[in-house]
Write a protein that binds this ligand. Structure first.
Ligand code: COA
Length: 578
């Protein structure tokens, strides 16, 4: 079938659905929901058999749903209606939740049901539930709905659905989200912030200044001393702030001041944070109590076959200059440990999305230079990638349990092996960010995996790759279990096998030889210099595309057109029928 994906953005859920439908043999095209007239034109051009709406912020126009079957993905159980589905489920602590695929009709979310899929609801950030459980359930339910549609089945009216428990819920307001620092215990504060992550955040204030807060973490030990009162900000650690609650304290990782964009909390309130006592952790080893720790090291196995796991839980996978430098330091330290395999685990939801566009943009708020900050950040990323490439004493593995994009993908490729969890999406290209050329040694790392033409195609086509497709193209080495816990177990087992293999020493020797051969042929410094010459043009040249794209990305400007490589129906030669 020809299936048009009508969506607010090409987010990872939409990417995953597109790939799954393509995998079933359907022809896919994408249009952003910009205006009724644009959607109508897309429908007229593509003449779809079916329209699927994975992520919409407004209703589909009647001119479309009256004439075409439109399947809407709703992140709620059957009968649930309204724009804050997940928020209510998380705030109220529902044990089970789901995704329902409904047919669009006049009343929002009230059309007949084509399919539904359920999941147990973790106590976690809304954004994490959306990228994991919701995305998985949406794929299951949409594929089922499309199959039923293709088989000429009919949907079930909502009123006839057996045991539908959901109901119409209003938009959750900031009044319902509000934290009462005097009354709420830490668990309640965490739940409220989780239910609003990564949008819209909880409206609150820090240092007396109104802001939205995001990205909360529990703290088991630090409370800020006997004088601290609930609501007081009592300490800082790297990018996070520690805030006293009625019965303990929590970390706040990110904040957005009014009129600004989301930033690491210590950057959003730089002057105030600088006055706070620092509460560093000793070393890189995983703390033995609940706390906020963005870089954590764990080891397993005995002296002969030890494996080390380096976790880096950077919010949204964005890596600032300072974060890259600290991670490089941690990696250099890890390389000196008596371990034979190093697994780079990234974070739970993202492995890495490359340089930190929000922190770069923030340079302009402080009379700094985003171009300079971009330059520092890409150099820090490159230093980190180099530390990884240059690791002759260990086999290194990038274990992608979460998505990776742009420079994050090439940082992963700097490891000897790339293993991705089934369900992860990779976007190993840069051009979407204002035609950025990219660095991270991609010109060395990519062609040797996929060939020169393959590398050119990946960069030019700018298509997301599923974990499976990434293996098919040669970009990555294995697609492992889709369940997050099973993935971690699988990674640990395979890493241990490598560490225990009798031929490990030969394998390491071959790795060193290959690196030496490559270096003799063309030094890494030359690849870096060539890439950075292009990046210098992106950052400092006459064409401001990268700065414009970053400005809009960070401020979440509404798209004004669908990129041509996604809107296939807008390819030359397609015409609107008379
Ligand atoms: N810097 C700062 N923030 C970033 C980021 C980056 N490099 N990459 C993603 N984010 C943020 C998004 O702004 C969003 O913020 P939110 O918390 O306000 O929602 C969040 O991460 C999730 O991004 P989203 O686009 O919703 O995630 P996705 O998994 O659906 O899509 C990508 C993944 C990779 C397609 C998309 O995030 C992207 O294009 N990122 C930019 C990559 C890039 O160009 N990096 C710079 C060049 S190296």
């Amino acid at each position: 079938m020809r299936i048009l994906l009508l969506t607010h953005a090409f987010n990872s859920l939409t990417q995953r659905l597109g790939a799954a439908l393509q995998g079933c043999g359907h022809e896919i095209s994408i249009e952003f929901d910009i205006a009724d007239s644009v959607a109508e034109e897309a429908v007229a051009l593509f003449r779809p058999d079916l329209i699927v709406a994975p992520y919409l912020r407004r209703a589909i126009p009647a001119s479309i749903w009256r004439r075409h079957v439109c399947l809407v993905v709703h992140p709620g159980i059957v009968g649930d209606r309204g724009p804050s589905a997940l928020d209510w489920a998380l705030l109220e602590g529902a044990a089970e939740w789901g995704v329902t695929v409904l047919q669009a009709e006049a009343e929002m979310d009230a059309g007949p049901v084509w399919a539904t899929a359920k999941f147990s609801l973790r106590a976690a950030k809304k954004s994490s539930i959306y990228r994991n459980e919701v995305t998985q359930a949406a794929v299951t339910a949409v594929l089922q709905a499309v199959e039923r549609y293709a088989a000429h089945e009919l949907p079930t009216p909502l009123a006839d659905w057996p045991g539908a428990r959901g109901r119409l819920r209003p938009l959750m307001t900031q009044t319902e989200r509000a934290i009462d620092w005097q009354q709420d215990d830490s668990a309640t504060v965490l739940r409220k912030i989780d239910a609003a992550d990564g949008f819209p955040g909880v409206a609150d204030s820090l240092f007396g200044i109104p802001c939205q807060i995001f990205d909360a973490w529990p703290e088991a030990r630090l409370h800020g001393g006997p004088d601290a009162a609930p609501g007081d900000v009592v300490a800082r650690r790297e990018t996070a702030l520690l805030r006293r609650t009625r019965d303990g304290a929590i970390w706040i990782g990110h904040a957005r001041r009014e009129g600004d964009f989301k930033l690491p909390a210590t950057l959003a309130f730089a002057a105030e944070a600088a006055q706070l006592p620092d509460a560093p952790l000793a070393g890189w080893a995983r703390a033995d109590h609940a706390t906020w720790q963005d870089i954590a090291w764990e080891e397993s196995g005995s002296d002969e076959n030890a494996v080390g796991f380096l976790h880096f839980e950077f919010y949204n996978g964005a890596m600032s200059t300072a974060q890259c430098r600290r991670l490089r330091e941690a990696l250099a330290w890890a390389k000196a440990r008596p371990v034979r395999v190093i697994v780079l685990q990234g974070g739970a939801d993202f492995w890495s999305n490359g340089i930190h566009l929000n922190v770069i943009e923030a340079a302009s708020l402080n009379d700094g230079s985003p171009a300079d900050e971009s330059w520092h950040n890409i150099n820090a990323m490159n230093d980190l990638a180099l530390e990884l490439i240059d690791s002759g004493k260990q086999i290194t593995i990038a274990a992608l349990g979460g998505n990776a994009g742009a420079g994050g993908c090439f940082l992963a490729r700097a490891a000897d092996l790339v293993w991705a969890r089934d369900g992860v999406m990779l976007n190993p290209h840069y051009k979407n960010m204002g035609n950025l050329y990219g660095s991270e040694y991609w010109t060395y790392l990519l062609p040797r995996r996929v060939g020169d033409q393959g590398a050119r195609d990946i960069m030019r086509n700018r298509q997301p790759l599923t974990a499976q497709a990434a293996v098919g193209t040669g970009f990555s080495d294995a697609c492992l279990a889709g369940d997050a816990a099973a993935f971690r177990t699988d990674v640990a087992r395979r890493a241990m096998e490598i560490a225990s293999a009798p031929d490990l020493n030969e394998r390491l020797a071959a790795k060193r030889e290959r690196r030496a051969r490559d270096e003799a042929e063309k030094p890494l410094a030359a690849y870096r210099a060539e890439e950075l010459a292009q990046m210098r043009r992106n950052f400092y040249g006459f064409d401001p595309s990268y700065h414009v794209a970053r400005h809009h990305f960070v401020r979440k400007s509404l798209a004004s057109w669908t990129p041509r490589h996604l809107a296939r129906h807008r390819d030359l030669g397609w015409t609107v029928p008379e």
